[in-house]
Design a binder for this molecule. Structure first.
Ligand code: EPS
Length: 384
C-alpha cells in the first residue's frame, strides 16, 4: 500500500490518494471522521482548532460503503481558507500589502526549506511543513484500522510523559488504560500526572513557551510473522520508526525497552519463550513484539518522543533572511502543546504500517482472499 498526500495548511484543503487497499472492505465515513475529531482534541491546542471541524470527503475508490480495490481519494477542507483567500490565492497576483515572513523559527523547517526551495517568503515553506497535513495521514490510518478490525487487530495510544511529568500509576489492563486515556484531556491514564501535565501546559502558555512529551502506541492482536528479516527495508521495526519519525515534531522512537535495553545485561532484556499447548508465549515483552523486524505475536509497543512545538510566543533569536540582521523569530499562531493530538496521529500512522504489512502477508486484492489466507495461516501457525 502507498499514498501521496498534498495540501497547504491555509490553502483550500488537503488531499490524499491511497493505492493498494483491498476490495470489498466495508468502510464507514463516521469512523474516519471520528479519528479526525480525536486528532483535533487535547489540552493545549491553539485557536485554529476552533475554526476547523475536520470531516472527510471521499471522491474515489469506494462504492456503496465498500472499497473497490481502486485508488481511494480523500479530501479534508480547510475551513480557515475563507480567511486566507487573498493571501493563499492559487492564481492571481500577490497582494501589494502581503505580509511576508523572513525570520525563520528555530526548530522549524523554515530556514532549510527557504534555502532549499529558493523561497523569499517563508510562508511558502511553513504551509506544507505544517502539522495540519497529519489530518490526511489520520484519514488514511482510519481506513487502515477498519481493515485491521476485520482481523481483530487494535491500535491504541496514550501519553506517558509530558515535559518533566511522568505517568506512573497506569492500569495494567489495556482496556482500562485506554478508557482512562480516552477520558483525559491530555490522553494520560494517570489522574495525578494528568493534573501536573495540564499545569505544565498552562505554565508554557503563560510564559509564551511550548511543551512536548512521549506517547506510547500499543498494537494488540497482531499475528506472528508480519514484516521480514530478509531485507533491511522489509523490517517492520524500521518501517514503523520511519513512518513515525516522518510525523511533524517527532524526534525519537523506541520499540519495547528501546534505549533502556542498552543499559541492561541480555538476560534482563530478552523474553523467555514458553508454549502453553496451543501457542508460543512470553513472560515479558522487552522486545515490544518485534524480533528481527518481524512480529512475534506479542503486543507491539512503541514509545514516541515529540519535541515542543517550534513556534514560541516569546521567540528565540533568529536572523532576518532579507537583511541578515539578528531579530527575534517570527510568531505564527500555533498550539502550546499538541502531544495528545500527536498520540492520535501516531496511532493512525502505526495502523497504516501494520495494515500494509498485513496486506503483504495475506495478499491484498480482496478482503475475502485476505480472510481465507489469514485462516489458513493461523491454522499453520497453530501446528508449529
Ligand atoms: C501549525 C500551526 C497551527 C496549528 C496547525 C499546525 O495552525 P495555525 O497557524 O493555522 O493556527 O493549529 O495544526 C493544524 C491546523 C491542525 O489541524 O493540526 C503549524 O505551524 O504546524
Amino acid at each position: 500500500m502507498r499514498y501521496l498526500s498534498a495540501g497547504e495548511s491555509h490553502g483550500p484543503g488537503l488531499s490524499i490518494i491511497i493505492d493498494g487497499f483491498p476490495s470489498n472492505l466495508p468502510v464507514s465515513k463516521d469512523v474516519i471522521d471520528d479519528q479526525l475529531r480525536r486528532r483535533q482534541m487535547g489540552y493545549g491546542r491553539g485557536f485554529r482548532q476552533r475554526i476547523e471541524t475536520d470531516t472527510v470527503e471521499v471522491t474515489s475508490g469506494i462504492r456503496f460503503g465498500k472499497t473497490l480495490g481502486t485508488p481511494i481519494t480523500m479530501n479534508v477542507a480547510n475551513r480557515d481558507f475563507k480567511n486566507w483567500t487573498e493571501r493563499m490565492s492559487v492564481f492571481g497576483d500577490k497582494p501589494d500589502d502581503l505580509k511576508e515572513i523572513y525570520r525563520p523559527r528555530p526548530g522549524h523547517a523554515d530556514l532549510a526549506g527557504a534555502i532549499k526551495y529558493d523561497h523569499e517568503d517563508i510562508r511558502n515553506v511553513l504551509e506544507r511543513a505544517s502539522a495540519r497535513n497529519t489530518a490526511t495521514i489520520v484519514a488514511a490510518g482510519a481506513l487502515a484500522r477498519q481493515l485491521l478490525g476485520q482481523f481483530g487487530i487494535q491500535v491504541t495510544a496514550h501519553v506517558v510523559e509530558l515535559c518533566d511529568v511522568v505517568a506512573k500509576d497506569l492500569p495494567d489492563d489495556l482496556d482500562a488504560l485506554i478508557e482512562a486515556a480516552d477520558a483525559s484531556e491530555v490522553r494520560c491514564a494517570d489522574k495525578e500526572a494528568e493534573a501536573q501535565m495540564i499545569a505544565r501546559i498552562d505554565e508554557a502558555k503563560k510564559n509564551g513557551d511550548t511543551v512536548g512529551g512521549i506517547f506510547e502506541v500499543i498494537v494488540r492482536g497482531c499475528p506472528i510473522g508480519l514484516g521480514s528479516y530478509a531485507m533491511p527495508d522489509r523490517k517492520l521495526d524500521g518501517r514503523l520508526a520511519g513512518a513515525l519519525m516522518s510525523v511533524q515534531a517527532i524526534k525519537g522512537v523506541e520499540i519495547g525497552l528501546g534505549f533502556e535495553a542498552a543499559r541492561r545485561f541480555g538476560s534482563k532484556v530478552h523474553d523467555p519463550i514458553a508454549h502453553n499447548g496451543s501457542r508460543y508465549l512470553r513472560s515479558s515483552n522487552g522486545a515490544g513484539g518485534l524480533e528481527g523486524g518481524v512480529t512475534n505475536g506479542e503486543d507491539v509497543v512503541i514509545r514516541v518522543a515529540m519535541k515542543p512545538i517550534s513556534t514560541l510566543y516569546k521567540p528565540l533569536p533568529s536572523v532576518n533572511m532579507k537583511t541578515k540582521e539578528t531579530e527575534l523569530a517570527e510568531i505564527e499562531r500555533s498550539d502550546y502543546c499538541a502531544l495528545p493530538a500527536a498520540s492520535v496521529v501516531g496511532e493512525n500512522v502505526v495502523a497504516w504500517v501494520i495494515a500494509d504489512a498485513l496486506t503483504e502477508k495475506l495478499g491484498g486484492d480482496s478482503l475475502e482472499q485476505m480472510k481465507d489466507n489469514y485462516d489458513q495461516y493461523i491454522k499453520r501457525v497453530s501446528r508449529r
